[in-house]
Design a protein around this ligand. Structure first.
Ligand code: HEM
Length: 500
């Protein structure tokens, strides 16, 4: 069926905070966690605060594209978004305790989901420990550190006069050229994001379709989803529909104040990069003589499901291929249906775990109906990821020793926007990445973010290149990502904040 954009909602561009659907363009990002000291002063401050809207962000992105046509100079893009904890919304009188059930993860806080997520105990976290005084976060971004401090000086200072106090900060920095946008293990990040339906003016879709033959895809392989999955007040997906393209019911906000807003999940995830590299090297050299040989690059790519360029292992099974890597039309042009035995891309590979595309749970010979039903269900567990790397580059000493310098924490400040913390972020982490029987009974856990009590994790179906299961060695890998703290926030619409 051709796409009928008139059936899609018109976004209130001045109302929705820019980071949610468009993403604040950034090379630097400071997450400034605050407490509200004087609610009246803080509300007055919010009324006048210049919060970067979706319209601002679209303009920034258009400016960046225009600049690219002239030269590679960076465009200044100072940005500011705001999100609140449940305690913060209570302090502002925006929500009553009784309006959300105690079981709601936003109300309960991330630490209460420790069992669900298999997280380390909150007492061991180094940041964002449960704290009733943590009321919110300013998300401050820019192409340079100079813009970030400009935003702080010109929009946020002085805290005391505006009724807030800084508790602590987390600082993210995009990695240097040519690995801009790559996470610290070295792989291009942010390659796959959901396409989002909706219009930015009556005649213009936010994400146009790739072409008339693929009206339900924003780019090849990038399915268009209904925006209620990511912002309250719009239609979402229908998990019981025969097709993911079917419009689902309106995602109504739990309280009217939350209309046109989204939940924000923040997690500090430390990455043991020298250990990751030493381990893929050791594992690939220890492959028994009866199995095919594989190199560390292939093993690493099979753990992620993509090569460092972002090329999917499905599209590039034996070696990295920038022609299908990040920022190419085919970066997301793949499904797993041609690899139902998990012999090219292991079932546990991070991207196969976190977005299983056309995989069907516990079924390696599904029919078309089962595949369509599985896809419709899968599309209700997506998220808009907005993470950024933190910490310094690996030093020569660390690279040679294979051991991280304990003083030099590095990793990912994971951020994502959703309208259900339980069904989207928590579901993916707990039911897919941590579950050794997803998607198939012998999949094993996600070698990147899977969390489990056992220190060693079996990793099956990886190198070698051979599609002969008998020649696949059984690896046992350690975990290389440490969850060091996190919290749940809510990013309201700009008018909702001004109306407090
Ligand atoms: C340090 C931790 C992490 C690292 C190093 C990491 C790395 C990556 C990389 C390299 C990709 C492939 C490129 C892309 O499509 O963007 C990716 C994709 C993805 N990651 Fe992560 N990630 C981490 C944490 C997480 C967490 C905590 C979640 C959610 C629970 C998550 C969910 C996803 C999703 C949904 C995708 C896209 C899958 C797809 O659509 O193909 N990641 N990640």
């Amino acid at each position: 069926m051709p796409r009928d954009i008139t059936a899609e909602p018109l976004f209130p561009l001045d109302d929705i905070q820019g980071d949610i659907l468009t993403g604040l363009p950034k090379r630097h990002e400071h997450l400034m966690f605050f407490t509200i000291v004087e609610p009246a002063a803080f509300k007055a401050f919010l009324k006048a605060l210049h919060v970067t809207s979706m319209r601002d962000c679209l303009q920034d992105r258009a400016d960046i594209e225009a600049q690219k046509k002239i030269n590679s100079q960076l465009v200044p893009t100072p940005g500011l978004n705001v999100a609140f904890t449940f305690a913060g919304l209570r302090a502002l009188g925006a929500i009553e305790a009784a309006q959300l059930p105690d079981s709601d993860p936003f109300k309960a806080g991330m630490a209460k989901s420790q069992g669900t997520l298999s997280d380390p105990p909150a007492s061991t976290w180094r940041t964002l420990k449960p704290d009733p005084n943590l009321h919110g976060v300013f998300v401050v971004t820019g192409a340079s550190h100079a813009e970030v401090v400009d935003v702080m000086s010109l929009r946020l200072a002085p805290p005391t006069a505006h009724g807030w106090r800084l508790l602590f900060e987390e600082v993210g920095t995009v990695r240097p050229e040519p690995v801009v946008g790559h996470e610290h293990f070295g792989y291009a990040d942010g390659v796959s994001q959901p396409g989002v339906r909706g219009r930015i003016d009556p005649a213009t879709p936010f994400h146009p379709s790739v072409d008339d033959a693929n009206p339900d895809q924003a780019a090849a392989g990038q399915d268009l989803l209904w925006p209620g999955e990511f912002v309250f007040g719009f239609p979402g997906q229908d998990p019981s529909a025969a097709s993911f393209a079917t419009k689902g019911p309106n995602k109504a906000p739990p309280v009217p104040f939350m209309n046109f807003g989204a939940y924000l999940v923040i997690r500090r995830l430390a990455q043991l990069v020298p250990e990751f590299n030493a381990s893929v090297k050791a594992a690939s050299t220890a492959i028994p003589a009866t199995a095919d040989k594989a190199d560390p690059d292939l093993l690493g790519a099979q753990m992620i499901g993509r090569w460092k360029s972002g090329a999917s292992i499905i599209n590039a099974p034996t070696h990295d291929d920038r022609a299908v890597g990040d920022n190419t039309p085919d970066a997301n042009n793949f499904e797993f249906g041609g690899d139902r035995e998990g012999l090219v891309c292991p079932w546990a590979a991070h991207v196969r775990k976190t977005y299983p595309r056309d995989d069907v749970r516990h079924d390696t010979t599904p029919d078309e109906t089962a595949i369509a039903a599985a896809e419709a269900f899968t599309q209700t567990h997506r998220m808009l990821r907005r993470g950024i790397a933190f910490g310094p580059e690996v030093t020569e000493r660390e690279a040679l020793s294979g051991v991280s310098n304990a003083e030099m924490g590095r990793g990912l400040l994971f951020k994502c926007y959703v309208t259900s913390i339980a069904d989207q972020f928590e579901f993916v982490q707990a039911q897919w990445s941590n579950a050794s029987d997803f998607s198939q009974e012998t999949s094993g856990i996600d070698p990147i973010i899977g969390q489990a009590a056992a220190p060693e994790r079996p990793f099956k179906g990886a190198a070698p290149v051979s599609r002969d299961p008998a020649k696949k060695p059984d690896f046992s890998l350690k975990s290389f990502v440490r969850m060091q703290g996190g919290a749940y926030f809510f990013a309201p619409s700009i008018p909702a904040m001004r109306g407090l």
